[in-house]
Write a protein of this length. Structure first.
Length: 216
């Protein structure tokens, strides 16, 4: 049983991770500014703003793994805002010997080995480019972090999101830095299967100081 703290544990990615982690018997704490609409039984919900360094310090204290599933939207929109927060979490996690996982984006994946990044292709929507750039910067920071920080960064499939919750199938693939697509060229993953992959990473640590991706 692992103590898992999820920043943004009431959002789309976060609430799926929180639910799957609790179902598997882990001790789960979730942070968000607002109380959840539908709390998961057994999860401890705490309210706090990750822009407050004390909230980050408290979140990293007394846990084994802290996962950030906060998005650079709303108040956190703007170049460098979320990046600064993730840097602070990373510093605190390294100091406390806590593993740090980040739910990032598909935009920083490559379309093929040696190919362009997904976010640099003509099909990538302009509206999502700032979010993709912010999450790509977070990945760069982790990749250049000091060795004592034990981190993972997970890029969901391109079609992952609140608009496509899908179903739990228990069957999916994981990859590295290249976007995974199915036989029809689609890159998809349900919220539940994505969360399954994240909790499995927490349980088995197969991607220490690495980015991985999850898709069908
Ligand atoms: N296909 C893709 O590549 C793809 C698609 C979707 C998402 N993503 C990525 O996945 C990650 C999570 O996205 P999401 O869609 O799951 O996000 P989301 O649904 O917008 O959830 C954000 C969570 O963060 C919390 N939050 C926001 N601001 C906060 C603050 N200042 N302090 C504390 N908590 C705060 C929210 O709760 P409160 O508002 O109550 O604070 C909520 O729990 C992001 O990195 C996003 O870029 C990738």
């Amino acid at each position: 049983m692992t103590r898992i703290t999820v920043l943004g544990g009431t959002g789309y990615a976060g609430r799926n991770i929180v639910r799957v982690a609790a179902e598997r018997g882990h001790t789960v704490t979730a942070y968000s500014r607002n109380e959840p609409a539908s709390p998961v039984e057994g999860v401890e919900y705490r309210t706090g703003d990750v822009q407050d360094p004390e909230v980050i310090r408290a979140a990293v204290t007394g846990t084994d793994v802290v996962v950030s599933a906060v998005s650079p939207r709303g108040e956190l929109e703007g170049t460098g805002k979320l990046r600064g927060i993730e840097r602070r979490v990373a510093e605190e996690a390294a100091r406390a010997g806590v593993r740090f996982g980040v739910v990032g984006g598909a935009g920083s994946l490559f379309v093929s080995e040696g190919g362009p990044r997904v976010a640099d292709t003509p099909e990538f929507p302009d509206a999502i480019k700032p979010e993709a750039a912010e999450l790509a910067a977070v990945l760069e920071d982790l990749q250049s972090s000091a060795a004592e920080l034990d981190w993972f960064y997970v890029s969901p499939a391109g079609g992952f999101g609140e608009w496509a919750p899908g179903e739990a199938t228990g069957t999916y693939r994981t990859g590295g830095d290249v976007l995974l697509v199915d036989e029809s060229g689609e890159s998809q993953i349900s919220g539940a299967d994505f969360a399954d992959a994240v909790v499995s990473e927490i349980e088995h640590s197969e991607h220490r100081r690495e980015r991985f991706t999850v898709a069908y």
